[in-house]
Design a protein around this ligand. Structure first.
Ligand code: COA
Length: 383
């Protein structure tokens, strides 16, 4: 397999109710990711989106965006993994370039969640036969995880509030973040509107629209495209039992444990080598469980990393460094591509006021459904 690098990035500001359509958003981020690169060199475009079938009555988005971007003729394929779609597109693009099948590939994520209330469409990530008919949604499943966690470890309802405080603090300096102007105290998070007990508004990622893209090339060619390549040093994907109710301990995210270990082995590094962690903090409880599954905290103590601000920019394991899913926003199919762009910013010293102190290795983890599918990517500032 060849070594692969990100050699271009594109992202638009996340918003609710974008005036532009999916294809226009896709074209903008494709152009940004290409920069000065001649588009005739692009051989493949892998596009991630979860909801356009239901919300925009549009399938076949990859070919549509490729055509609109002036790339008609190339391989253009849509990649899906429910709420982890963006990471799946990144993985497929990575595999295509690593295998030698493709020399220049785009991974593009586009999502417009706000055209309709998306809750029912999002719930299709769950089992349509035995979960959805009972009224289960991603909100209810994450509320259940949160309730189980608080009960199991005897914690007060506001134990996870510092996750949201950190995310909003980091979003204020990110020009692409949906919420740049809202700072919250832990008390305000704990008193925000109850959505699905014990889940409150500020424990949740918002309904959001956005698009992001990365351009991938063999590391050996990277300098042809950019002076600041970032290498993808591992890519792994795993699954757990599909339904949460079939897992012996739903608080133990087996797929995240396996995916992290696989990625670390692939990159031949240790967890301690990871300088920051862009994780799937769509709900604060998910951030907490991923920190535990990946090994940054023992079970039952993930919340303490937030309470002690170890997840902050100056902490031992910074997360959501540009606002994360709750404050940058979580336009589903685009999210892991936003995170990839932010990781490139951090690893190349371009993260502005949120810049970490010379980070070398980043971990990205994405969740499909309620812990069913996990993808982990590791990145290193390439020289
Ligand atoms: N941080 C800060 N403010 C937020 C926020 C967040 N994470 N989420 C919403 N808000 C704000 C909105 O901007 C709005 O403020 P305004 O009144 O000043 O305009 C207000 O709270 C109400 O937001 P709105 O989107 O209208 O609330 P809602 O009741 O329609 O939806 C949720 C709230 C939580 C139900 C919805 O955001 C949701 O379903 N989130 C989860 C989506 C999901 O499942 N994603 C996939 C996860 S993997």
């Amino acid at each position: 397999m060849r070594r692969v690098a990100i050699v271009g990035t594109g992202q638009v500001a996340v918003r609710k109710q974008y005036d532009r359509g999916l294809r226009e958003l896709g074209v903008v981020v494709v152009k940004q990711a290409l920069g000065e690169t001649d588009k005739r060199r692009v051989e493949a475009l892998y596009l991630s989106n979860m909801l356009s079938d239901e919300l925009q009555a549009q399938k076949h988005l990859a070919a549509l965006v490729a055509d609109e971007a002036g790339l008609a003729g190339i391989e253009a394929i849509q990649v899906r993994a429910a709420t982890a779609a963006g990471a799946a597109a990144l993985r497929v693009a990575h595999l295509a370039v690593a295998s030698g099948a493709v020399d220049l590939a785009l991974a593009v994520g586009v999502e417009k969640m706000s055209d309709q209330v998306p809750t029912a469409a999002l719930a299709k990530a769950l089992d349509a036969r035995s979960e959805v008919p009972d009224g289960k949604t991603l909100l209810s499943q994450n509320a259940l995880l949160m309730a189980l966690y608080l009960q199991e470890y005897g914690l007060p309802p506001d134990a996870l509030a510092p996750f949201s405080v950190n995310a909003h603090r980091n979003a204020q300096h990110n020009p692409h973040a949906m919420f740049r102007d809202r700072q919250f105290t832990a008390e305000q998070v704990a008193q925000s509107r109850l959505i699905y007990p014990p889940l409150r508004l500020l424990d949740c990622s918002p309904v959001s629209d956005g698009a992001a893209a990365v351009l991938l090339a063999p590391l050996s060619d990277a300098q042809q495209y950019t002076s600041y390549p970032v290498e993808i040093i591992a890519s792994s994907a795993t699954t757990d039992r599909f339904r949460m109710s079939d897992r012996p301990n739903p608080l133990r995210l087996e797929a995240a444990i396996d995916s992290t270990q696989k990625a670390l082995r692939q990159a031949d590094i240790k967890l301690q080598d990871v300088d920051f962690f862009e994780l799937h903090d769509a709900f604060s409880i998910m951030a907490c469980l991923l920190l535990e599954a990946s090994g940054f905290a023992v079970p039952g103590q993930g919340w303490e990393l937030a309470a002690n601000d170890e997840i902050g920019i100056n902490g031992s394991i910074p997360i959501a460094t540009m606002g994360g899913l709750k404050a940058r926003g979580h336009p589903i199919g685009a999210t892991a591509l936003y995170q990839s762009c932010e990781i490139v910013q951090q690893l190349t010293g371009k993260a502005g006021q949120n810049q970490l102190d010379e980070p070398r290795v980043a971990m990205l983890q994405s969740v499909g459904g309620a812990g069913t599918t996990i993808l982990t990517h590791l990145f290193s500032g390439a020289s």
